[in-house]
Every structure is written in C-alpha cells, then in structure tokens.
Design a protein around this ligand. Sequence first.
Ligand SMILES: *Cc1c(COP(=O)(O)O)cnc(C)c1O
Length: 483
Amino acid sequence: MDLLTRLRALEAISRTLDPPRAEREALLGAAAEYGNAFVDQIENLPVYVSNQGTGEGLYDSPIGDTPVPIAELLALIKTNVDTPGINPASGGHLGYIPGGGITQSAVADYLAAITNRYAGVFFASPGAVRMENMLLDWMAGMVGYPAGTVGNLTSGGSIANLIGIVTARDARGVTARDIPRAVVYATTHAHHSLDKALRIAGLRECPLRHVPMDARYRMDADALHAMVAADQKAGLRPWLVIASAGTTDVGAIDPLSAIADVAQRHGLWFHCDGAYGAFFALLPDIRARLSGMERSDSIIMDPHKGLFLPYGSGAVLIKDKQAMVDAHYYVANYMQDTLHARDEASPADLSPELTKHFRGLRLWLPLKLLGVAPFRAALEEKLLLAQYFHDAIQQIPGFEVGPTPDLSVVTFRYVPTRGDADAFNAQLVQAIHNDGRVFLSSSQIDGRFTIRLAVLAFRTHLAQVDLTLDMLRDHVARLEGRT
Ligand SMILES: *Cc1c(COP(=O)(O)O)cnc(C)c1O
C-alpha cells in the first residue's frame, strides 16, 4: 500500500474521533437523558449503597478495540459507578463536608471540554485566563484581600493548601538547614491535607506545635503567643501559623484576628484554611465572625464545597504576588512564544500545573446565569438548618450535643441507658448507613466516638433534616430494644 492509500485508510478510522452532527446530538441526547433521569429521581435514590457490589462489573467489559454503544455504557456506569457507595449529589448527604454538583457547572464543563481552550497560559487563551483571574479577584474581594492579590483555581483544597505552604516556605526563606528549627503552629483540628502539604513540601522535619483549643475547639491565641515567644527565646525559628475558617470536624472558626496579631508581631506567615468555611463570608453576619481572615497572607477555599460546584474546584489566594511567582515560575525554551503576551498573570506561573482544566468556566457560568443571590440564600439556609438540627436533636431524650455551630456542622452522640456509649454510637452510625436514606459520618472528638451532621449539599432542605431526626429517633429506639 502506498503512503496516500494508507493515509486515507487511517483517516477514515481516525475520523470516528470527530463524529458528525447527528452522532454528536445522539450522544449528547443520551447523556442529557441520563443526567435528567438521575436528577429527577434524586429524592428517591439512596444516599449510601453498600449491598450492590463495588463496581467490579466494569472489569467484565475490558478496554479494547470493540466499540460499545452509548446506551450499554450508560448502563455500565449506572450499575457500577452511580450505584455503590455514597451519592454526593443527594440532599441526604450530611457526612464529612458535602459537595455539590449543580447543573449549570455541568453544562459549563461540557463547553470547556468541547472548545478545550488552553487556560494555563495567557498567550494561549487570554480570555480563559482573564475569566479565571476575574473570579479570583471576586473571591479576594469577598474575603477582604487587597487589589493586587493573586491566586489560582485548583482541583481542590488539598492542592490549594500545598500551593499556600510552598509559597510560605519560600517567602520565609526556609531551606533545608533551617528545617529542624523552623516551627509550625496549628491545632489538632487543622485539616490533614495541611500535614500532607508540609510533608510534600519537604517540611516533615519542622517542629509542629499543636496549639491548645478552647471548649469550642477554636485555637487559643494566647497559648499560641506564649508558645511562639518560648520557641523564639529557645533559639528556634517560628515561621508559619495555620488557622481554620471552619474546621472539618466541628466547623469551628479560629479567632482569626487574634491569630493575625500574633503572626504580625512575630513575623509568621499566616495561612488560613477556608476550604469549608470561607464562602460563608457571603453572609454579612458570618463575615463579621470571620473577621481577621483578611489579615492572613494566604487563604484557600473550595467552590466544590461552599459554592456547590461539582468536585474538582478549589482556590488559593496569596497577597504577595512576587512570593507566589518566585515559588512557581519557570521558563523553558519551548515556551518562548508565550513570553510576549503577559498582560495578566498566567495560572502556569503561579501553580504546579502547566496544562490544566479550564476550571473558571464551571464557576463563572453559574455565577453569571443566576447571580450571587441564590448562593447566598443557600448558604444561609444550610446554616439555619444546622441550628434547627442542633435545637431539635436536644429534644430527643438521651442525645447530647457539641457546641452551638459556628457554621453548619453539628456534633452529637447518644448516651445509652446501659452499655458503652462509643460502641452504641458506632452501631447507630452503622444503622444509618445501612438504612441509606441519609448519610452521616463520625469522628473521634476528645477521644469519644461522635456523630457529625454537616449541612452543605445544595439539595439539603428542611425535609432531609427532619428525616434525619426521625431516623435517629427510630434507630435509637430499635437499638435500645424499645421497638
Ligand atoms: C475539604 C477540606 C480540605 C481539603 O480539600 P479537598 O478539596 O478535599 O482537597 C482542607 N481543609 C478543610 C477545612 C476542608 O474541609
């Protein structure tokens, strides 16, 4: 076969990667139908499924050369992916920190994928980069950061924390020889992604001080101050304090202003983890409680939590542009064309990524389509639902609750009439999981098995919280042997 014949034969096959309009419509139609049926059914679907396999049916359809029709593939996805495990799109998801999955973002993801703009570099897609920077500016305004703040839309909070920690490390000039003396401060309730970030950033051997907390699990800023002063006196080099604007365990907001005072006084980098809590700053009442976060040097937040986006959306903001650039900027010979167009900072210069998903569109489209008001309303609704639950659960005999929620997490446990409380609550969570109509998670708080209710799914409304109360009442009665 000559070259041209071979090329024509290959083209005929490779063109299946680029289907004609009718096929595109059929594909999209099938996907849209699947998505619509899923959403239409969402209230009837269990939020946790543990008895329908673990997706092993996928292996019965190996990757190979045989084309499989979309209907068959959607059936495979439904059985193996969209059935077993947790259904995070459900309003019954009240465990961990729930995520989102709004339709407007799904549509934006389709648009971002089909046009596939290169959002990593301004030269390649000035519009995509401007859109992302505009969103970062909007977030900066929301948390009270000044003009000139830079940042990055990340895949999630963990990578956002990593970018913050790496920038802090370089800004404070912490190098290998300083590490054994370079002290880091956080509470035991700081998110584990920060420990992970420290480790990945080569800072595993930094002394890590766990600052005591008050009765509501907020950092004790006086204790922080005393620890930093003692460490300085001992010849160590305190350099980083990590505070939470909403802890994962209990939703506590650390005293950010007082922590900022200590950081300022002692020259510490102040990193604020707002993965869960920062978007509550859209509510004026909560903004006041978050006061001080605008004095941090870096802050992270997760649109896939507090703005109800599908998974894959975090953000980090850093006030000191030069520090963020110094920690991440590289040039390479084969990138020389890109150097001419530099009106705005490029994500590739401010993050570990080069090529990346155009994440801005899934945030921009919903905010523009709907305006901010529904997001604000939904956040206030979640906050009030948590308060409602905190009040109501105390009316059920035998339950004891954790602190009045700073945000939308409530902790509680049942004290059984006889027997071990930890074991009873473990059984209670197991019973809720087996039931499957709502999903709660648990944690160890002060060494005790504690159940958590976290309201942040956009589909969680009064009905789901009332259902949770009914389920807790019923399962406790059964476990206590009353029914
Ligand atoms: C969820 C969370 C993180 C981690 O974010 P991911 O998006 O899961 O990577 C960090 N900190 C807090 C407080 C969180 O709630």
